[in-house]
Each structure stands twice: as structure tokens, then as C-alpha cells.
Design a protein around this ligand. Sequence first.
Ligand code: ZN
Length: 460
Amino acid sequence: MFTRRTSALLAASAVVLISAGPAVAGIYTPGSSGAGDPYFPQAGNGGYDVSHYSLTLGYEPASKQLTGRAVITATATQNLSRFDLDLRGFTISKVQVNGSPAAYERAGDQELVITPSSGLRVGRSFTVSIAYAGVPRVVTDPDGSIEGWVPTADGAFVVGEPQGSPGWYPVNDTPQDKATFDFHVTVPEGLTVMANGVLVSHRSSGGRTTWVWRESDPMAPYLATATLGRFDLTVSKVGTIPSYVAIDPTLPSGNVFRKLPQIVQFYESIYGPYPFNAVGSVADNAPAVGYSLETQTKPVYDRMPDETTVAHELSHMWLGDSVTLRRWPDIWLHEGFATWSEWIWSEHNGQKSAQGYFDTLYNTPASKTSFWAPPPGNPGDAAHLFDGTVYDRGAMTVQALRNKVGDDTFFHIMRAWVTQNRYGNVTTSQFIALAEKISGMNLDHFFDVWLYQPQKPTSW
Ligand SMILES: [Zn+2]
């Protein structure tokens, strides 16, 4: 009996295997070379989802030579015959998938096309290891600004919004593919590396120092940094979380960062708990960059910022970094909200109110400003991604909503938005739907007038 039963089971299993075989085999296809963003069609890739980047970098400021090894852990979301990463420039010396050599080629401006020795099955985890080196190529955006790995007098200012990350590491460069990160960065002794998350260690040997940072919360790839140079680093705590404030000693001294704990506490009162495991700031002397960026847990500033700028970047920890757009045309969800956050910080301090800022802007004759166009919900193309309208008219939209629904409902909407979408990706239509649900009002006309109509709103 025992033997007969075993035979019957084996026979049944064989039948299942045969019938399942053709459904799995033979349909391994290439992952897409882009993630489908209307402004940056080649950014990001399809067919897999990254969970972790481990970046081991060495940098020589004198020669500007970057040597890198990236180990990326991902899960296939389709049966993959090959897949792309985004990388700009560099010479590649080795690519391995699951520890075996893999074929690779470069395509276009930023595609690294990798063909593993055998297909990657849907749902399975895999690792990709890439060894690369070269002088990083600074990326110039459609609006003329520079980003990526930008050399400074004593190191590098490292920023990636919206498309600079492939300028220093191989990446699935879409804000939709958040992952955790480890950074091991070796530089000449005396220099400090400021990457995201918590400082794990820094050890010196033979005239060089390796800085290890760990970002264990989900992070969109464009928010990664490894800004380095001569810095005075102060490690302390805000509440229970570690705080890292790095200031380039060549900057005029200032104490704007002493306000950091109060600003964080104030935004917690509006938007809910601070979303990450570290907080901080990096003030570098890199005025040629011309902007600061909300790199996750540690905004980087190209000069000594004023308090308004610090408030703006810190608000992005909730609005942009934790709650992140799905597609770049929705950038007002970051910049309009962060600009309004500057206003409410000012109002909280008994200075100019958010309505005061709104009134000043609204009373500016349309002929004297460009902040009415293009409409913030539809900047039109990548060259207008960071136009003044996205910030100013975007923030006015937020303040107009506050007036439309009343303070109690408005603050309920803002907190729910951040809480419900923590570490997620969002769209403008999701925000409109949430505002309508919580207020019980039909806000289609309101948002159409404020976000999508090209002229100055007159009735809403
Ligand atoms: Zn901003």
C-alpha cells in the first residue's frame, strides 16, 4: 500500500510539472528601458523592484577620480531575460548577477543593459554587482541647473533631483522605486563624508578615512547624497533621533541650525511624527550649484542658508521625501507644500502670516510676475519643473484650500495626507480625492482653477 500510494503521487506530480512547464518557460522578456515618466522617459527601468543599494565608493578630490562598487538587491517583477540600470559615464570593469559574470552594454545617455547568464524568474530576489570608475560627469538639466556629483574646492556636492543619481551610482532612477541604502565612502583623511541616515562608523588608516552611513528607511534614489569635503560635524540628538550638522569652515559663521529642533517639532505638530531615523543639515561652500536640496535626513545647502530655507527643506522630509510624487509633473506636491510650510512656520512665530504671503502675491499685478504661468499642476515640460509658479502659485493653492474648507478640516487633510502616504508615492488626483473626502465638498472647480488654468485665478 505504501509503495502504491507513493507511485500514484509521483505520477500526479509529473503531470503537474509537465502542464506547468510551458506556462513558465519561454517567456523571459527584456525589462523596459524607462519607467514611463512623461518628462524623463529614459529614467528608471521596468521588470524589477530594488530593495537595497550597497555603495562602496572611493574619491580623490585632487584627480576627481571616483571608484565604485554597487551591490543592488532587487526582485524580478516579470520573467527577465535582461534589464537596464541607469548610469551616466564611467568605465565598467565587471558586472555580476547572483555572483556570476553577466554580459552588459551601454545604450543612449544613461542605459546600462545587463544580460544575466540565465533568465531571472518573476518574484525571485537577485543581486547585481557593478564595479566602475572614472571622473563623474556633471549632469545639466533641461532648466540649465547642474546636478549629480559636482566637484567643489575640497570635495563634492552630491545632489540628484531629478536625474543626477546616475551620475554617481548605477540606479533604477525612478522616485517610485524606493529602497534602503548603505554607503561606505573612502576619502583622504581630514575630509568628512555626509550621506543619508545614521553614521555607523568612520575609521582612518594609511591616510584615508572610510565613512559608513546607513539609510534604513525607504528612500527615492534621487534623494541620496554623499556630499564630502572639509566640515565641522556636530553630532547631537533631536528628541530621540541622532542629528548631524556639518558646516564648511570656510562659510561665514551663523547659528541658523540651532532652530532645527524647534522647526522639526513644529512640523510634527502639523504633519505627524518625523518620518526618518536621523535628522541633520549639510552647509557646503558651493555657490556655483545655486540651490539647496532636501536629500533625505540631511538637506544639503550650497551656502549658509537663512531660516526660511532651512524650514523649507526640513518640511520636505514629510512632503517630498516620505510622501513622494509618482510622476515629475506633480512636483507642486513637493514645492508648493514646502513653500506653504515656510509660510506657516513664519505665522507660527508671530511674523508674516500664510495669508499675508498669499495676499502679497495675489496683489502683484500679473503683468509684473511670471508666477502665474505655467499652471502649477501642469508645468508643461522638464525645463519648467522648478519654475516660480510651482512654488508660489502652488503654495497659494494650499492656502486657498485652507480658506475654502476652514482650518480644522484643512489641518485634518494635511495630516491625513502625510500619515496615509508615509514612505509612499502619490498623485495630484489622490490629494484632490482626499481633500474632497475629508471636507465633504466637491473641489473639482477649485483645483481646476488653481492648478490647471493658465491665467491668474479670479473666482474659485
Ligand atoms: Zn523645495
